[in-house]
Design a protein around this ligand. Structure first.
Ligand code: FUB
Length: 448
């Protein structure tokens, strides 16, 4: 009898863990290389700037764009969609690999790496936005950095910016100029020999006045990568190697890459694994775990499990796609235009100018696997109008030349359940006649 109760208890605990699992952190899209930030402009929100793995590839050669995620409670996460792609960067040709971000002088910067068309080498690009969720506009690459893969832009308490980068078993760092656009001459250092078994992906955070440089390394030169760290008294070193904080674990990817940050009083470690792709080791998903220090300042090793940042609730995700982001977020404005004259919109504005039939606004939804999702659109229409909603190439059942009602200002219209296909999905709304339609955003809630 006693045994039965124990079994039941165990079964209940395991199923509760599965339901409440918070790792993988984000389950609707393959994302990797998370850079976590809390900006001084709003300390309640945690942001993740990530790269994006292409479903079905199992390599990193065709990685093409970046995503931004945000949360205010570590339970509900918003995917803000594509924020920059190789197509948006004139000087680049491919390899949208690891990224970082920084908030400086009232602007948000994406600090990213792509292969330069002219030289075939990795450059560290800068792109800016007025808002943390992007999309971002490229402003060129940082002068003086060659093979600038896996950038980490660390700003010290005195506001001095430092860039760390690393690839192929090397790690370098330098002070940056105030505008972030170039290296301060004479400040570049090669940190490789100070970082035991370093391979790539540096991340710097500060704890109790010391500088912690964490990085993916190759144990005895063999894959998979594990997460190591070293500590210094000054940002540019010298660094003293301290150990590993995430060793190889079940379901790990070939690579790992992480960031460490304090949010609402807790230290968190973000990284990636291959749990979601079921063993395709180069198709990765985001992971998160709490991080604890020993009294001597060393880090207690983390063994990732499905509970992650468990708050007693399963994670929830919302994909928020602002209509006005258009091409910069992988969407399209056909015959329509952006505006901000009609108050009450979310984001930076809305799309209007649906003057003739086939004028439309389209947004891009990217998902890891085929899935169902709830779709909502926020719009304002001065008159009733007939319109279509398309998901992929197909008109959405029930929304084919359908009569949309005149709204009372901005209203959320529930378009129902849609089928999303693995990879890229375009969602489009068009008005068949001029009804002074304005479209603010699309909200997609994956049913996972
Ligand atoms: O995501 C592509 C590459 O894989 C990153 O740049 C590396 O850090 C590794 O995670």
């Amino acid at each position: 009898m006693k045994k039965r109760v124990l079994y039941l208890l165990l079964a209940f605990t395991l199923s509760a863990q599965a339901v409440n699992a918070q790792n993988p952190l984000i389950k609707h899209i393959y994302a990797a290389d998370p850079s976590a930030h809390v900006w001084t402009s709003d300390t309640n929100t945690l942001w993740l700037y990530t790269s994006h793995d292409v479903p079905g590839t199992n390599h990193h050669l065709t990685m093409f764009d970046y995503h931004v995620f945000s949360t205010r409670d570590l339970v509900t996460w918003t995917d803000h969609g594509r924020v920059l792609s190789v197509d948006d960067v004139d000087w680049a040709i491919s390899h949208a690999w690891a990224i970082d971000a920084v908030y400086r002088h009232g602007k948000y910067y994406l600090v990213y790496c792509m292969i330069e068309k002219a030289t075939g080498m990795f450059r560290t690009g800068l792109a800016t936005s007025d808002v943390p969720q992007g999309p971002f506009t490229d402003i060129g690459f940082i002068q003086g950095v060659e093979w600038g893969q896996d950038p980490c832009l660390f700003v010290d308490d005195d506001n001095t910016p430092y860039l760390f980068w690393g690839a192929g078993g090397h790690c370098s760092a330098a002070q940056l100029t105030n505008d972030l656009k170039s290296i301060v001459p004479g400040t570049k250092v090669d940190l490789t020999s100070q970082l035991f078994e370093v391979f790539e992906g540096p991340w710097v955070h500060k704890y109790k006045g010391k500088y912690y440089l964490s990085y993916p390394g190759l144990p005895k030169g063999q894959w998979p990568e594990e997460m190591y760290y070293a500590i210094a008294d000054k940002p540019l070193g010298p660094y003293e190697y301290k150990g590993k904080y995430i060793a190889e674990f079940k379901g790990r990817a070939g690579t790992n890459h992480g960031s460490i940050i304090k949010y609402k009083g807790n230290w968190l470690a973000f990284h990636h694994s291959a749990w979601l792709s079921g063993g395709m080791s180069e198709v990765r998903n985001l992971m998160a775990d709490y991080l604890f220090y020993n009294p001597d300042g060393t880090i207690k090793p983390i063994v990732p499990d499905s509970l992650g940042l468990l708050k007693g609730k399963p994670n929830k995700v919302i994909i928020m796609l602002e209509a006005e982001n258009g091409k910069a977020a992988g969407g399209r404005l056909n015959g329509t235009e952006t505006s901000n004259a009609f108050p009450g919109y979310g984001g930076k504005g809305y799309v209007s100018g649906f003057d003739v039939s086939h004028d439309y606004v389209e947004v891009l939804v990217q998902v890891a696997n085929d899935m169902k999702a709830n779709l909502k659109v926020r719009l304002a229409a001065d008159n009733d109008f007939n319109g279509d909603v398309l998901v992929g190439a197909k008109t959405l059942a029930g929304w084919d030349g359908t009569a949309f009602k005149k709204t009372n200002g901005w209203e959320e219209v529930d378009l129902g359940l849609v089928d999303l296909k693995q990879g890229d999905n375009k969602i489009r709304i068009n008005s068949k006649q001029n009804a002074n339609l304005r479209v603010d955003w699309f909200k997609v809630e994956p049913r996972l």
